[in-house]
Design a protein around this ligand. Sequence first.
Ligand code: SF4
Length: 267
Amino acid sequence: MTCSYTQISQYLTCPRRYRHHYLDGWQEKDTRAAMLFGRAFEQALTAYFLREDAAGVLFREWTVCKNQALRYSNGDTWDRMLQQGIQLLDRFCQDDRIRIRQPRRNLQIKFTRTVSEKNDFVAYVDAIGKLDGTRCLLEWKTTSSRYPEEPDGLLALDPQLLCYSWMTGISEVAQVVFVRKRLVEVQYLRTTITDEQRAEFGQLVEDTIRRVESAQFLPHSGIRFPQNPCSSCPYVGLCLGKPELINIGLVRRPGAENLGWLDELTY
Ligand code: SF4
């Protein structure tokens, strides 16, 4: 089995959710505008570091999504998101705080690690480069609201950064957060992950894989803050047995009914 951060994270949120997706083959329809915009924006960032026309790439990739019956949130529209994306690229370029040498090698880097005899872990790190002159692992995020920065050091608890630090052995990590709001903003958040945190994350991965292998998929349901994973869960229609909700948000991977693809889990 090949695992990824997404798999571990889904299991820890709710093991039943993991089963719906990875074992029963249900997946969310790819119509969320924010997610598709994030992918288009990442392509534009790659173009920026390759000294190509980043705004042109954003327009091209975002145009591909235009006729896909996108689901917008927070009053977003296709045009507004494009405009915000171009403003964010401008701001990022003016800030000029990130440097990536040899971008063809140091963007979207695949790391693989053997976790046990039967299991590998794979991660795609957005970039390795320098933030304000300090070498670090970099993750891009697009969001419609700022990431919290208080209390000081909070970022060191981000599980995705912990995971990528554990995978790469790099202790200096950063998130570059592209905030789509009325006045766009780019946040540069940096922290240091300790050896102890990396070791603990490795134990968490091993423990989670053991639970998956022993078929522990009991639901961790919750509907009230702060334990409310069901409120935003795309699989809620399955748990409630409501076909109309299932049809709105989910599709089933072809052939999933006979589970023949179980040894080809994607991540
Ligand atoms: S609706 Fe709740 S219980 Fe069901 S999979 Fe989602 S988070 Fe888990």
